[in-house]
Ligand binder design. Structure first.
Ligand code: BDR
Ligand code: CA
Length: 318
């Protein structure tokens, strides 16, 4: 199995991504590191433990990471994810296992000792930027970085041009992208960018959630509890039935690269002004820079949903 650490800010769709990762035999989840994003770090860690408890996987360690962006003030996303980050389901906290301190140290140590470890980053890139800045020697052990963030076609979800994860900590995103251009251990690799271009295609609808509850009462009801608020939000704000779920596609892509298609280019992230957090993709190679990213632009939502359901609910469900 592919060894992965999941860096996340749970978050409704982060929790769906964790469910997928933990139910996938193709992945060996070495640990979960939490960053501030949708909710503060401590709340995100509680939410990660809730999904581990549901799946009886409390053996997977959860580490607390950064509590604020590198430079900017922290802005959460509780308007979309609810006060508890899980759609105001207010599921009880896990009490017998607690999150551990030291996400960055855990990342550094695991990369150094185990090698060939991939990171799936589902939140702002603050933890990853700190890892690059503070422990550059361990990056030899990084096999692949898949990040949910950014938007190639310049259509954002928290400004006209910016996606939340990169908008929340644009300085961190810039550090990470630029490290894949300049760091000797990363220069030969490319960040896999699962941006809004592909994740916007992934829409969860109430009928799918109902179907999931038929496949497993326990997991289905958990998903129903945490997504209700998200459905209401989309219905009230946009008059649409169903909601975009971003993060699980990054996990699915990490398992099976044929789920998305894209192209390679140099990318950086804007850290000031009205385009704050925008991914600037040099599609036509004006700058003649190292191609530090692989920008995914196409996916097959039906294939993804089948993949999600069969992995989370078992092989004969589809
Ligand atoms: C991203 O922002 C968060 O709200 C979601 O969890 C996802 O990672 C989408 O822009
Ligand atoms: Ca997220």
């Amino acid at each position: 199995a592919k060894k992965v650490i999941i860096d996340c800010d749970p978050g409704i769709d982060d929790v769906l991504a964790l469910l997928l990762a933990l139910r996938s035999p193709e992945l060996d989840v070495l640990g979960i590191t939490v960053v501030c994003g949708n909710v503060p770090t401590t709340q995100g860690a509680e939410n990660a433990l809730k999904v581990l408890s549901l799946l009886d996987r409390l053996d997977v360690p959860v580490y607390l990471g950064e509590t604020k962006p590198l430079v900017r003030d922290y802005v959460d996303a509780t308007d979309t994810h609810g006060a508890d980050g899980l759609g105001e389901s207010f599921l009880p906290n896990v009490t017998d296992v607690r999150p551990k301190e030291g996400a960055i140290q855990f990342l550094a140590q695991t990369l150094s000792e185990q090698k060939d470890v991939s990171i799936i980053a589902l939140g702002p890139l603050t933890n990853i930027a700190r890892l690059i800045q503070d422990y550059p020697a361990c990056l030899e052990g990084l096999s692949e970085l898949v990040t949910m963030g950014g938007s190639y076609k310049s259509h954002g979800n928290c400004s006209p041009v910016a996606e939340y994860n990169y908008w929340c900590d644009p300085d961190a995103a810039k550090v990470v992208y630029e490290a894949f251009e300049s760091h000797p251990a990363l220069r030969q690799k490319q960040i896999q960018m699962i941006g809004l271009d592909v994740t916007r295609e992934i829409v969860l609808t109430p009928n799918l959630v109902e179907y999931m509850t038929c496949l497993s009462q326990e997991i289905g009801n958990f998903i129903r509890n945490i997504t209700r608020f998200y459905f209401d939000f989309h219905w009230k704000q946009e008059g649409v039935i169903g909601c975009v779920i971003n993060d699980p596609l990054a996990v699915a892509y990490c398992i099976d690269h044929s789920l998305c298609k894209g192209f390679s280019a140099y990318t950086t992230v804007e850290t000031a002004g009205i385009s704050l957090g925008q991914t600037v993709v040099d599609t036509y190679d004006f700058w003649k820079k190292e191609k530090n990213s692989h920008i995914l632009t196409e996916t097959d939502p039906y294939r993804f949903m089948t993949f999600f359901i069969t992995h989370v609910f078992g092989a004969d469900a589809s």
